[in-house]
Design a protein around this ligand. Structure first.
Ligand code: ME8
Length: 504
């Protein structure tokens, strides 16, 4: 059976989750659900990155221990995953003793084979990024990502021989042009490697909140090495069975560009050093912006995802994320934009199409789906659409995939107007024509529901229910999205409006 392994970054727990975190988690969930609908065996991983400076400092500020702080914050991240309806197979915490031991084993092996050595180092360090910066990469002396001044840090640290992997990394990039997507990000990562790689420090001496270096407990493992390894350690212990042979290499690591360098350079080099295959793809999505700026905890311009979902429902939020902002590019989100799409596209275009269709099948055919004399017109366009949708999903073009379905929604609305069933109903001799229209509308909606399912899991189950179809796995399989698969004779079931009027 084909497998599919998708991951989100593991999120920092120094502060509460925000919409950016929800965004990546939902994107990964959309992929996980789609690949399950394709009949694949899926593993979807998310979790929290709990060691390092920011968490330790946040705990200190609150006058509690780091462990107390992270234990409390993790619950909010777990709650977010539940609230967005994420179907993650596991939630990894880097403070899990099983992860801690796996990290120690991993770096001990690199140390034993000579990939790690001790050296004194002095550099400018942004503790929000947990990374050193060269002077030339700062903007007005400040961190380009956080706008804060880095601190001068000098330590004796253990270093990983990253420089040894430069040529192999470049060769890998050349051989795998789809490794980093979109392509602009591939070029960015490649040119970074080409500029020359220096060895990196993989331990910290001044920090206590981390995983002890097994051969020198006065130091802890650099939080990024600890964090990146989660993608493999989770597979080792998530279920009790070692899932590495089944699911590694990962098919997609999803993230925003802030952490591209760690995933496109350090992670592959660590994997090469330890003899693992490299992930198949990194997909780098854009930033959600608010008022033109990246939403970030450090900047304080964040929207509370829980509040948005309480107001509009989880599916509308999931839909909006990929409809409003082309997946892979930066884009601004706003409550206004959200309400517009809710009303125009969800309530009017999709919601009304279903309620009209159900109402007409009840009125003109006693709630029973009639057979169609003719659906030939839809067979090819339907098949073409499904094919294009699948291709878009397979290249993680979530926005393109949604657009394909929306074209079908719009053409079905036009079909209602053009074929005017209310006129056909007045003339008994045109009953076969009327039946075909009703069948095609229900069939179109059934196909939309299957294709939209990864984006709007609850709404699409409700669509199928109203169409008289239980939402079991077989009815949701992508291969069922073909015109004519729907059986005439089922009874439609009227239900609540899919997208009720918003409260002012
Ligand atoms: O970087 N728009 O954790 P983090 C879109 N612990 N996505 C956003 C976003 C925004 N405005 N803000 C955050 C870390 N994200 C590390 C990762 S992985 C081994 C370790 C999303 O809590 C996006 O996926 O800062 C980004 O890459 C991630 O959250 C950063 O999460």
């Amino acid at each position: 059976m084909k497998t599919f392994y998708v991951t989100t970054p593991i999120y920092y727990v120094n502060d509460v989750p925000h919409i950016g975190h929800a965004y990546t988690t939902i994107a990964a969930d959309v992929l996980a659900r789609f690949h399950r609908q394709m009949g694949e065996k899926v593993f979807f991983l998310t979790g929290t990155d709990e060691h390092g400076n920011p968490a330790a400092r946040a705990a200190q500020k609150r006058g509690i221990t780091p462990q107390e702080h992270v234990d409390e914050m993790v619950e909010k991240f777990k709650a977010l995953a539940v609230r967005v309806n994420a179907t993650n197979d596991f939630f990894i915490r880097t403070t899990d003793p099983r992860h801690v031991q796996a990290v120690q084993r991993f770096i001990q092996r690199l140390y034993d084979q000579g990939d790690i050595y001790l050296k004194s180092y002095r550099g400018l360090y942004c503790s929000a990024c947990e990374a050193f910066y060269a002077e030339k990469d700062l903007v007005d002396g400040k961190c380009p990502d956080h706008g804060t001044e880095p601190e001068l840090m000098e330590e004796e640290n253990y270093f990983f021989r990253l420089s040894n992997y430069q040529e192999r990394l470049l060769a890998f990039f050349d051989a795998h042009p789809g490794f980093v997507q979109p392509e602009s990000r591939l070029n960015e990562a490649r040119s970074f490697i080409q500029q020359g790689l220096e060895d990196i420090s993989i331990s910290r001496a001044t920090l206590e909140w981390g995983i002890p270096i097994p051969w020198d407990e006065s130091q802890v493992v650099y939080v990024w090495v600890d964090a990146l390894l989660n993608y493999i350690t989770a597979l080792e212990f998530a279920t009790g069975e070692d899932l590495v042979p089944k699911f590694w290499p990962a098919d997609y690591h999803l993230m925003a560009k802030d952490i591209l360098k760690f995933h496109a350079v350090i992670w592959p080099a660590l994997l090469m050093a330890s003899g693992y295959e490299l992930p198949r793809h990194l997909f780098i999505h854009g930033y959600l912006l608010m008022g033109g700026q990246k939403m970030s905890k450090t900047r304080g311009n964040v929207l509370d995802p829980f509040e948005v979902m309480d107001a509009y429902g989880v599916d509308a939020f999931r839909f909006y994320c990929f409809r409003e902002v082309a997946f892979g590019q930066d884009g601004t989100i706003s409550m206004e934009g959200f309400e517009n799409r809710y009303k125009a596209e969800l309530a009017n275009e999709l919601g009304n199409l279903l309620s009209r269709t159900i109402a007409m099948i009840r009125k003109y055919n006693d709630s029973v789906l009639p057979p169609a004399d003719d659906h030939a017109a839809f067979d090819t366009t339907g098949a073409q659409l499904v094919l294009e949708f699948r291709k878009a999903m397979e290249r993680v073009d979530l926005t393109g995939a949604l657009e394909k379905v929306w074209r079908l929604v719009r053409s079905l609305n036009k079909y209602v107007e053009d074929s005017a069933p209310w006129k056909l109903a007045k003339d008994v001799s045109r009953k076969p024509e009327l039946d075909s229209v009703l069948y095609n509308l229900a069939e179109g909606l059934r196909i939309c529901a299957i294709l939209l399912h990864p984006f709007m899991p609850e709404t699409t189950v409700e669509i199928l229910r109203q169409l008289g179809l239980p939402a079991h796995v077989e009815n949701l399989a992508v291969e069922q999205a073909a015109w004519g698969r729907g059986e005439p004779g089922v009874m439609v079931v009227p239900g609540r409006p899919l997208f009720p009027k918003l409260q002012e």
